[in-house]
Design a protein around this ligand. Structure first.
Ligand code: ZN
Length: 321
């Protein structure tokens, strides 16, 4: 039960129980509601001024996280740039120099930088840090694309060069470590059988019958046959314009169509055809024309040995074919 209020009644000179009724009750309720609203308003105003709403607190937290993540992203972009610049440097200053290829021009590296059409920069134009971050990323992406293309190009140049180096007739066709086997130089000389001056379009290596003869570069056997002048002869096709011929062999170690590597034994020294004693007659052709094979032997000789070989080849020794 509620507390009972008493009021003094002057008529009866007594305190009597008093109950709120009618207008008094209405006035009391109105005052209570008004006071509650005023106090509630004051509290709400004070609270909202000094404390964020829950939504605002969540948004602020998210915003802070995004700022930190953005910072990390910017740092990663810078780190990626540093790595990429190292690759570009190696590309221009090492790989292209080794492969005898020109560095990419700055115009090619710059072309196409300027933004993607897929992304509407209107949406972010009011946020300079986002705009600059976006521009940095676009530039990075373009630079990576150009560099990937450049490395692909380098790879194909390298493959071509490796194949060319392997095909080049770069070693001597028989074991000639002592450099004593080269007998006849390239050019005009008196032919011992035809008794007249004739062009000698190869080099002669004097060696015992049966001495192994090596392919001087990677290639394919295109002809293996006997000719009256060359005797048993092998023609090798090396690609890149090179062809070699090995004549007066005693026997063959390959057949037509065989694919061979530099250093493979393809036959053995003999004295078949127009030959006065056992030797190998060796020719090199470039794009269909004879060239002096001695120009290709640097690979298995040092400078001194090479000089000695040229000297040995220039001495007019006994003519063999
Ligand atoms: Zn010869």
């Amino acid at each position: 039960m509620g507390k009972i209020k008493y009021r003094y009644n002057p008529k009866t000179c007594k305190y009597e129980p008093w109950y709120l009724r009618g207008k008094a009750l209405q006035d009391q309720i109105a005052i209570f509601i008004t006071l509650s609203l005023v106090l509630g308003g004051i509290f709400y105003f004070g609270y909202s001024k000094n404390f964020d709403s829950l939504d605002e607190q969540i948004l602020k937290k998210k915003n802070l996280t995004l700022k930190v993540e953005w910072q990390i992203l910017e740092e990663r972009v810078q780190a990626a740039y540093a790595e990429l610049n190292t690759l570009i440097d190696r590309d221009d200053k090492n790989y292209r120099v080794i492969l005898d290829s020109s560095p990419l021009s700055p115009e090619i590296r710059q072309s196409g930088v300027g933004g993607s059409e897929k992304f509407n920069t209107e949406d972010i134009k009011d946020y300079p840090s986002v705009m600059s971050g976006y521009a940095n990323l676009e530039k990075l992406k373009h630079t990576v694309d150009v560099e990937v293309q450049s490395y692909k190009e380098l790879n194909s140049i390298l493959k071509e060069r490796v194949s060319m180096w392997a095909s080049r007739p770069a070693i001597q066709p028989i074991n000639n470590k002592q450099l004593e086997r080269l007998h006849m130089s390239y050019g005009s000389r008196f032919h011992p059988i035809f008794k007249r001056y004739m062009d000698h379009k190869g080099l002669d290596f004097a060696a015992d019958n049966g001495t192994p003869v090596y392919a001087t570069g990677d290639g394919k056997v295109i002809m293996v046959y006997f000719s009256a002048s060359y005797g048993n002869v092998i023609y090798l096709e090396h690609g890149h314009g090179y062809e070699t011929r090995y004549a007066h062999l005693s026997r063959f170690a390959v057949k037509e169509g065989d694919v061979i590597k530099r250093g493979h034994v393809i036959g053995y020294v003999g004295s078949t055809g127009n030959s006065v004693s056992a030797h190998l007659h060796y020719e090199v052709l470039f794009q269909g024309s004879h060239v002096n094979p001695i120009n290709f032997f640097q690979r298995d000789l040092n400078n001194k040995e090479y000089e000695r070989l040229i000297e040995a080849g220039s001495i007019d020794a006994k003519v063999l074919d």
